[in-house]
Design a protein around this ligand. Sequence first.
Ligand SMILES: Nc1ncnc2c1ncn2[C@@H]1O[C@H](COP(=O)(O)OP(=O)(O)OP(=O)(O)O)[C@@H](O)[C@H]1O
Ligand SMILES: [Mg+2]
Length: 207
Amino acid sequence: MASHIYECIEKIGQSIIDNRGFLTELDREIGDADHGINMARGFGEVLAQLPADNEDIGAALKKTGMVLLSKVGGASGPLYGTACLEAAKVCAGRTALTAEDGKTVFAAVIAGIQKRGKAVRGEKTMLDAIIPASEAYAAAVDAGAPVDACLDAMCEAAKEGAEYTASIRATKGRASYLGDRSIGHKDPGAASSLLAMEAIRSYVKGA
Ligand SMILES: Nc1ncnc2c1ncn2[C@@H]1O[C@H](COP(=O)(O)OP(=O)(O)OP(=O)(O)O)[C@@H](O)[C@H]1O
Ligand SMILES: [Mg+2]
């Protein structure tokens, strides 16, 4: 996959910023109505600070992770920030990634989120979008599918995973304070993860 990492991160950031109201509304239902605000502030700062001519994927992800850690706050800042820092390590010095590399990046992202947040699948968090997406992506890569199809499989699974969060009870994060009352509401972090994955797909497809 050819890469211009700034444009990819810009697409993610723009989607988060455009959807800030939607993400905040989801968080109003089961949290404290700040997820969109937190994430939009963080990505606004990332886009302001990231050098547009940078080609080193590892360096760009490291910078992104550090800015998210320092500017997003809440639970999601450290989680997404650590995810980016772990992804940065496996992309150090790289200016392009193969479809196969995407599997390694996913593993690093998931490890980073779990290192920080100690959640597993099924606790109504961003992981319920990211883990199924990584599995669907890896299965498509292993089956030799073209990269566009791998990314479609990833986004489809992420969407299903984000929808699935509405059917389960939160056992991690602020939403867990609601117990059974969290059922029926989609998890905001799963929704922002889906947006990020859709933005990556649209960047790779040039759409
Ligand atoms: N332990 C965890 N592991 C993975 N994801 C988590 C965890 N805790 C929360 N999340 C994710 O973070 C999202 C909430 O992010 P948000 O920016 O609103 O932080 P917050 O919950 O308001 O943080 P705080 O309670 O510290 O203010 C949730 O929707 C969920 O996806
Ligand atoms: Mg919140």
